[in-house]
Design a binder for this molecule. Structure first.
Ligand SMILES: Cc1cc2nc3c(=O)[nH]c(=O)nc-3n(C[C@H](O)[C@H](O)[C@H](O)COP(=O)(O)OP(=O)(O)OC[C@H]3O[C@@H](n4cnc5c(N)ncnc54)[C@H](O)[C@@H]3O)c2cc1C
Length: 392
């Protein structure tokens, strides 16, 4: 099948509608609430409602749960247009781009009816509860348990790096439900109300000032109907979701604002009377950033195209993830060299170029090759699943 990444007239009309809306309604302040993990604050929630009221959410979701039943292209257009404006995300990003799809695939009818319409309306957010102190890359090593007790499961243990927990309504929680079998066969997924008695959430602040969390469970009772799909199939559901999640989470358009900023800066800043844009080193570095953003866009479009044509994806979304996250670090490095010592100035500082965004982006960029799986593990997936190489 030939690749065809073009969009239809209807999709272009939707893109234009989204673009017009965002140009009017999306402020830099709102977009920061998502990429700095500041939480769906008052403005973020109001913006989510406006997006929904403008009729722009849920076009790719099934009609019976409040969507329009159209292909995933519509959601890709939505996240790309948001990304072009200060790197913004869908306000309830985890729910809309990750959890919702697994609920649709594996949740009970009652679960879909309860959660999907609220996700489309932007009313609820989830926090991913996978990582534990001894289980990051090796998720099968998780220790947290859920034990059946009448109509409930009783959950005990600890998660770490659960980023949205301090403001999300729900925890998308992976725990052991059978400790006697191989870990891959003994993990289940639950939807837990984050305000349940027995849950304690403690902040972990990253070096760029973003907040993530440790989450402790002490005899937390979760109703049976909050088990997602079948008991002990959680690991399989998590792996099943990975490819498609990467197609929604690693969005190259989010780097375009940086490219535009550095192009403007080079054109409008002089050094010893000569515009920076005339310096060959500066021009080379900016051109290279443009090349890499284009490559990452093609990689992302290819993986997304496979998804919407229902082709089996082995490692294509992982290739996008590894490339996009490492590209972010190369981009920051190049921009810092162009800004020279000014790159260290923080936002708010009188002389900070690009509003101090690069100082923040430098500190933030370390997590991109760790969060959602490290580059080393990503390359292992590509080698084994994509290229058929043996386990190391
Ligand atoms: C800011 C931030 C936000 C996060 N948000 C969330 C979240 O919301 N929810 C959530 O569940 N998790 C979240 N995570 C956790 C993230 O997914 C894990 O940090 C990541 O999977 C790595 O796990 P680890 O930290 O335990 O490192 P480890 O797995 O201990 O890895 C340490 C080092 O060893 C390498 N390594 C490990 N195994 C292998 C291997 N088999 N082959 C080669 N190298 C290997 C790794 O690449 C890494 O360099 C977040 C992490 C960060 C930093």
């Amino acid at each position: 099948m030939a690749w065809d990444f073009g969009i239809s007239k209807e999709e272009e009309a939707y893109r234009q509608k989204v673009a017009d809306f965002l140009d009017k309604e999306l402020t830099e302040e709102i977009s920061r609430q998502s990429w700095e993990d500041l939480g769906l604050d008052v403005e973020g929630r109001a913006f989510a409602k406006k997006l929904y009221d403008a009729g722009l959410m849920g076009w790719s979701w099934p009609v019976e749960y409040g969507g329009k039943g159209l292909p995933p292209t519509y959601d890709f257009i939505l996240i790309d247009e948001l990304g072009k404006r200060w790197g913004a995300h869908v306000p309830n990003d985890v729910a809309y781009t990750m959890v919702g799809h697994t609920v649709l695939r594996r949740g009970s009818e009652a679960m879909k009816k309860e959660f999907i319409p609220q996700i489309i309306r932007g009313e609820i957010e989830f926090s991913l509860g996978y990582t534990e102190p001894e289980a990051g890359s090796d998720l099968a090593n998780m220790r947290m348990t859920a034990v059946e007790d009448g109509d409930y499961y009783v959950i005990n243990g600890q998660k770490t790096f659960n980023t949205e927990s301090h403001y999300a309504e729900y925890h998308w929680l992976a725990v052991k439900t059978d400790t006697k079998v191989s870990a891959y066969k003994g993990i289940s997924l639950f939807i837990v109300d984050q305000r349940s008695p027995g849950i304690t959430i403690r902040p972990l602040t990253t070096m760029s000032g973003e907040r993530t969390n440790e989450v402790f469970y002490d005899e937390v009772k979760v109703p049976q109907n909050r088990l997602v799909g079948e008991k002990n199939k959680g690991f399989y559901y998590m792996m099943e979701a990975l490819g498609s999640e990467r197609n929604y989470v690693f969005v190259p358009s989010r780097y375009l604002p940086y490219l535009n900023m550095i192009v403007d800066y080079a054109k409008n800043t002089t050094f010893k009377g000569v515009p920076l844009a005339e310096n060959p080193m500066v021009r080379d570095k900016i051109a290279q950033i443009a090349v890499e953003i284009d490559i990452s866009t093609l990689l992302a479009d290819h993986a997304r195209w496979m998804e919407w044509n229902h082709l089996p994806m082995t490692c294509e979304p992982e290739i996008t993830k590894v490339f996009v996250s490492e590209m972010e670090q190369r981009m920051v490095d190049s921009v810092m060299q162009i800004l020279d010592q000014f790159c260290q100035l923080k936002e708010g500082s009188k002389w900070a170029p690009l509003k101090g965004r690069i100082e923040w982006e430098f500190l933030h960029s370390f997590m991109t090759t760790i969060g959602a799986g490290t580059s080393e593990v990503g390359r292992t997936v590509i080698a084994q699943r994509g290229l058929g190489l043996p386990r190391g």
